[in-house]
Design a protein around this ligand. Structure first.
Ligand code: SAH
Length: 204
């Protein structure tokens, strides 16, 4: 599958029916999701691999990984409503994804879903709840040797400091996240946020 085709497929995914600000529910725009997935594919981290997507929301990243030939994909999400949409999106695109309801802060979650080869994630950036992305980094480093995550531009010093001796950043791709007016506190119709896709490699 070509990048453009993946992007077009992911464009068909429904968004959140009732987005919740406190959970920072923003669906990754298809071009950015396709970029992350292709970066991972080209580095040999998707095809034939066991992939998991913590905070999968409506499933865009998980579904894309399945379409690119992952051996298995698990999407984990705290919000049942988002999971209903994710299941419908996976059915629409005929993607084989297992969806699990769970909280990444739950220390037993990694045992429940098991180890995998690659984590792909767009965690909350911590705009509503400071450091909301920390448990996602912990979960990722717990279950997989390689992680691709979308972070606010300029997050490298934080990610490096937080992951400490546990991981190193081995690649960075710069991208844009277009956010349509969703919540009452949004002042613009469209807000463009600079982001970076970081690849973290666990240090054994
Ligand atoms: N990964 C999706 C959604 C990004 S928004 C995408 O790329 O489109 C972040 C998602 O994380 C939301 O769906 C939110 O409900 C979920 N989330 C927030 N806190 C969580 C937690 N503690 N455990 C699991 N999921 C959580």
């Amino acid at each position: 599958m070509k990048l453009k085709n993946l992007e077009m497929a992911l464009q068909r995914c429904e968004g959140y029916s009732r987005p919740r600000a406190a959970l920072e529910q923003y669906q990754t725009p298809a071009p950015l999701a396709a970029r992350l997935l292709f970066d991972a594919l080209m580095s040999g981290d998707i095809e034939g691999k066991r992939v998991s997507d913590p905070g999968c929301g409506t499933g865009v990243l998980a579904i894309g990984a399945a379409l690119l030939g992952a051996e298995s994909v698990v999407g984990i999400e705290i919000d049942e409503g988002a999971l209903d949409t994710a299941r419908a999106n996976a059915a629409l695109l005929e993607a084989d994804v297992e969806f699990v309801q769970g909280d990444v802060k739950d220390t037993l979650l990694s045992h429940r879903v098991g180890a995998c080869d690659t984590v792909i994630m767009n965690p909350p950036f911590g705009a509503q709840k400071v450091h909301a992305d920390r448990p996602f980094i912990d979960f990722a480093l717990d279950v997989a040797p390689v992680t691709y995550g979308i972070f606010n531009a300029g997050s490298i010093p934080f990610v490096e400091a937080y992951s400490g001796q546990r991981a190193e950043i081995t690649a960075k791709t710069v991208g844009k996240f277009l956010i349509k007016r969703t919540f009452a506190f949004h002042t613009k119709d469209i807000q463009e946020i600079e982001v970076e896709i970081l690849r973290l490699k666990r240090i054994l």
